[in-house]
Ligand binder design. Structure first.
Ligand code: THU
Length: 127
């Protein structure tokens, strides 16, 4: 799987974002170890606490399709930010639990800037 391909998948996922409140659209693409890709986007609600991030949407979709923790090899996330987008604290916890510390994470923006990191680097000392 080419690095940029997974980010393009995340960009495609972003098009489904439902973000009428923040107007901040995020897309994620999650690659499983057996080569399947799950899309995730942020989904908002008027009760703001119920909003779901793109990263968690991608993981929950994969889990709901029968994938289990540690069956994932890479996550790409994209948003319209000046620097490669970041990922929030709660998502970092979910990413770590479902994918393990070694997961490769590729963050990007719409201008083509990317940053490669890992689940461990995003959340050292996790619960
Ligand atoms: N959001 C994500 O989807 N992923 C992140 O890592 C950070 C934030 C979403 C949540 C909300 O719908 C919007 O971006 C603004 O915070």
């Amino acid at each position: 799987m080419q690095t940029m391909h997974l980010l393009q998948e995340a960009q495609q996922a972003r098009q489904a974002a439902y973000a009428p409140y923040s107007k901040f659209q995020v897309g994620a693409a999650l690659l499983t170890k057996d080569g399947k890709i799950f899309h995730g986007c942020n989904v908002e609600n008027a009760s703001y606490g119920l909003c779901n991030c793109a990263e968690r949407s991608a993981f929950f979709s994969a889990i709901a399709s029968g994938y289990r923790p540690h069956q994932f090899q890479e996550l790409a996330v994209i948003a319209d930010t000046a620097e490669p987008t970041s990922t929030c604290g709660p998502c970092r916890q979910v990413i770590l639990e479902f994918a393990g510390a070694e997961l490769s994470v590729l963050l990007g923006n719409l201008q083509g800037k990317t940053l490669r990191t890992t689940a461990f680097a995003l959340l050292p000392g996790a619960f």
